[in-house]
Design a protein around this ligand. Structure first.
Ligand code: UDP
Length: 235
């Protein structure tokens, strides 16, 4: 395996599967199986999960809701997703811990960096819920922050497209895919990988990001074993 400790970022929307909202149990099970493949190889797996399948603060605010109130709802949505993913991972026989950035002691451990690292060392999959715990941030920022804190080797951003393209491949048939690209080129070309806060945090801390298609069976294993799929963003 190319990487020893990874931070996998999954969007909330990915959990919807073919639904328009919420959580598709089949998709959860598929993801759990993919994650098990790498955990069984001794890779230490931390996961940050989004909440967009349930609620986004920004879309609440666009309809007149208070932004901070909406962001709190979004952060709680990530905990709901974290609990769902935890259940699916445990059904596959994996030991797990869910840590939340917002105190919810009855349902999740509080985020404690040293404890998270200890869990990883013991082979437990650690899910970080609650984003960063602060409004006006995204779970991409949470993913980068946690990855740096736990000393992850790489951030794996699992999406439904198979990498970073010169333009939106769902709209432009002439779009070309990058295998490798530098942080500076992503910024120079105005490409969308993560929001700016998350992206620059990753750049400043020299933490590579790999964007890949998480919905193709075996892809997570391929990425972690060093196969050149998806797009790698490096210095
Ligand atoms: N959120 C937040 N602070 C954080 C992370 C998330 O306020 O540190 C809120 C924000 O409202 C966001 C929502 O939680 O829209 C869900 O997260 P995100 O949109 O990043 O989920 P994804 O797009 O990955 O499903």
């Amino acid at each position: 395996m190319q990487y020893k400790r990874i931070l996998l970022k999954l969007s909330g929307e990915a959990l919807m599967g073919s639904q328009q909202y919420g959580i598709d149990p089949q998709r959860l099970q598929d993801y759990a199986k993919e994650i098990k493949q790498i955990a069984d190889k001794g890779v230490e797996v931390a996961i940050v999960i989004g909440g967009g399948n349930i609620f986004r603060g920004l879309s609440g605010a666009s309809k007149g809701m208070d932004r901070v109130q909406g962001d709190h709802m979004g952060m709680l949505a990530t905990v709901i997703n974290g609990l769902a993913l935890q259940g699916a991972l445990e059904d596959e026989g994996m030991p797990t811990r869910l840590q939340s950035a917002i105190k919810l002691n009855e349902v999740a451990e509080p985020f404690i960096r040293r404890k998270a690292i200890r869990h990883l060392e013991k082979g437990r999959v650690v899910i970080f819920g609650g984003g960063t715990g602060n409004p006006y941030f995204t779970t991409d920022s949470a993913a980068v922050l946690r990855a740096i804190e736990i000393g992850a080797d790489v951030i794996l951003k699992g999406t439904r497209v198979d990498g970073i393209y010169s333009s939106d491949p769902e709209k432009d048939s002439g779009a070309t895919k990058f295998d490798n690209i530098s942080f500076n080129d992503v910024l120079r070309k105005g490409l969308k990988v993560m929001d700016t806060t998350a992206f620059t945090l990753s750049q400043e801390n020299e933490l590579p990001i790999i964007v890949f298609d998480m919905n193709t069976q075996g892809n997570l294993y391929k990425v972690v074993s060093g196969e050149n799929i998806g797009t790698k963003v490096n210095l």
